[in-house]
Design a protein around this ligand. Sequence first.
Ligand code: ZN
Ligand code: ZN
Length: 145
Amino acid sequence: MGEIANCPNCSTIFEKTKFRDVCDQCYKEEEKMFDKVYRYIKKKENRTATVEQVLEDTGIEEELLIKFIKTGRLRPLLYPNLRYKCEKCGELIREGQLCPTCKEKMVKELKTFEAEEKRKNDIIERSSRNTYHVNDYKKRFTDND
Ligand SMILES: [Zn+2]
Ligand SMILES: [Zn+2]
């Protein structure tokens, strides 16, 4: 069973599954486009086509073409020039969302962030402990008064 979602292309409500992220209608359209692109790219002379060439010759939307590459339907090993831009720096890549440099940077940033969060939590914890002691002391002091 999938979840009910809005189709990202046309906003129709449909049942989203692991294999289907658009509605039936759009899925059919996508399959049609995939066939077209696939028939185009599997020709020997088109194997080395770039994304721009495919867009021009098949009329497919860039977003959809990149989706086919990202999901591995158009295999990057077979079509070495089907590259798209890294989401961060714009470098041309063949798989994933980010180029290796940005990926590495993100991992590092995440680690720094986690260390910083831990440091902040430690401070909060320590200061709340201190506050407790101060209150405790004050209380005792008032009690004695
Ligand atoms: Zn749709
Ligand atoms: Zn990058």
